[in-house]
Design a protein around this ligand. Structure first.
Ligand SMILES: Cc1ncc(COP(=O)(O)O)c(C=O)c1O
Length: 346
């Protein structure tokens, strides 16, 4: 099945990202772990698709725009800023103090304006940036794209990302994470519309409540794009996605190990998603194939890994996770390489 022709008109190098296959030993079985590497989009993340679809769809609905504003945890803002730069559209991004240095610099470098919204007492950071963007839009007559509620956000995944992924199947289960919730909702809508029974798993840190009725108690989110403390506008789908909780010390430890072994150059939220898939695979009683949607690449985190992310968790938890995960990550092998090695040995 190929993506909808509408996305073929995208003038940027977005979409048709590679799927990288690994083998991994768990629970006495050799499983397959597949990574949809969205870092290969032209502006470096899965949010390239959303920024393009939300902007082009808004223009199609309302006519040309000269200045837009939106809220972002970072990657969407980066993509929108780069797209605006190329199309001659002024872009304002309202983000949170937690934005990565990489994305903040990239947004400014693209000539866009970056506004940091401080949350008021009792307000989540996500709600603060959405409020900030809406208010700026009204005050300055900017077009508010509203990715956190705009149905074009999940539609970009239902009609573009998911068809690409499942064209490379079959898979026994699919793993995503959530910030706006657009990816999770888009994949859920895609699978439901096709009657595809592949289970969808949402992998999130404990403090996220993106797909819960009641807000999650306690704890701060530590990784941009990995979870949300505000219920997603796109939640409430039937059936609700299955949930797997993966903590940040494990995510950070696995990120470091993947680097050490030179295995995968995916970003932090993607490593959380991989660990969710590994957790699921370890409970299967036959060799299985899991696909992980990997939102971005490691370049967005490496500069701040030691100075910001590792100190955000307890050192003892991080060290314990490293020891626990070392044999698991160490058993991973890129499948193309494994096949080449076997051919040489034959
Ligand atoms: C690094 C990263 N991972 C995952 C996500 C989650 O995507 P979504 O907004 O579709 O829930 C985002 C979104 O900003 C992200 O930046």
């Amino acid at each position: 099945m190929s993506p909808k022709p509408a996305f073929d008109d995208c003038p940027f190098g977005i979409g048709h990202t590679p799927l990288t296959r690994f083998s991994i030993d768990l629970g006495g079985h050799r499983h397959e772990l597949c990574l949809k590497e969205e870092r290969h989009n032209e502006f470096g993340s899965i949010k390239d698709r959303v920024a393009w679809h939300v902007l082009s769809g808004t223009i199609a609905q309302t006519g040309p725009v000269s200045a837009v504003v939106d809220a972002s945890s970072g990657n969407y803002g980066y993509a929108l800023a780069r797209i605006g730069e190329r199309l001659g559209i002024d872009v304002t991004i309202v983000s949170s103090p937690s934005i990565s240095a990489y994305n903040a610099a990239g947004i400014r470098d693209a000539g866009a304006r970056l506004v940091i919204a401080e949350a008021q007492p009792g307000e989540t950071s996500n709600a603060a940036r959405v409020r900030g963007a809406r208010e700026l839009g009204e005050r300055e007559d900017l077009t508010f794209l509203d990715q956190y509620s705009n149905p074009l956000n999940p539609a970009s995944h239902a009609e573009w990302t998911a068809p690409e992924v499942f064209a490379d199947g079959p898979f026994d289960a699919c793993f995503v994470t959530s910030s706006s919730g657009g990816t999770a909702r888009g994949f859920s809508d895609y699978l439901k519309a096709r009657g595809n029974p592949v289970p969808l798993y949402l992998v999130e840190p404990q403090a996220s409540g993106a797909f819960l009725d009641a807000p999650q108690a306690g704890g701060k989110l530590k990784i941009p794009g990995y979870g949300s403390q505000r219920r997603s506008s796109f939640s409430g789908m039937k059936p609700d996605p299955n949930m797997i909780r993966i903590d940040e010390p494990s995510t950070l430890a696995a990120f470091a190990l993947l680097h050490e072994y030179g295995l995968a150059e995916v970003g932090l939220s993607s490593v959380g998603v991989m660990l969710g898939a590994i957790d699921w695979l370890s409970r299967q009683d036959a060799p299985s194939c899991a696909v992980c949607i990997c939102a971005d690449g490691d370049e967005r985190y490496l500069d701040e890994f030691e100075s910001r992310y590792v100190p955000s968790v307890e050192r003892a938890d991080y060290d314990a996770a490293r020891a626990r995960l070392r044999p698991v990550i160490g058993s991973m092998e890129r499948l193309a390489e494994a096949r080449e090695r076997k051919a040489l040995q034959a």
